[in-house]
Write a protein that binds this ligand. Sequence first.
Ligand code: ZN
Length: 156
Amino acid sequence: MKYSIVTGAESAILRKKTLPVEDPLAKDIQRLIPDMFVAMHEANGIGLAAPQIGISLRLAVIEINEEKLVLINPTIKDHIGDRILFEEGCLSLPGKFLAIERYETITVEYDDEHGTHQTLTASGLLAIAIQHEIDHLDGVLIVDRYDESLLKHYAL
Ligand code: ZN
């Protein structure tokens, strides 16, 4: 199925906390994963969460440097080191770029597309993308995270 991307900070689906995926191997989930990559590629994004295509499930995909990551029921378990400020965009908020503070290194637990439980420690852009997508699964957008006073703190 071909999906289009839901846009707008006021969109109800983007503000809802998603439900866990009960069975990563279920047919509808297995069909949805490649469709999400297609929708993400068409929009030239590096990450896409299910609510962004109107599906309120705890599922997101990321692709950075041709490295694909499928996050099913992800949870951030730990963070290491400092927080960093990075200018983020969002496929659901076209044209908006905001400097957001994120942890530089995180450990995330999730099930992959084969239903295998995984623990991953990620840094840099991948860590930022994971935090951004997990925010989507909790109904949180970059406009909620944006804090202008931080810009002074970082002297930007
Ligand atoms: Zn986004």
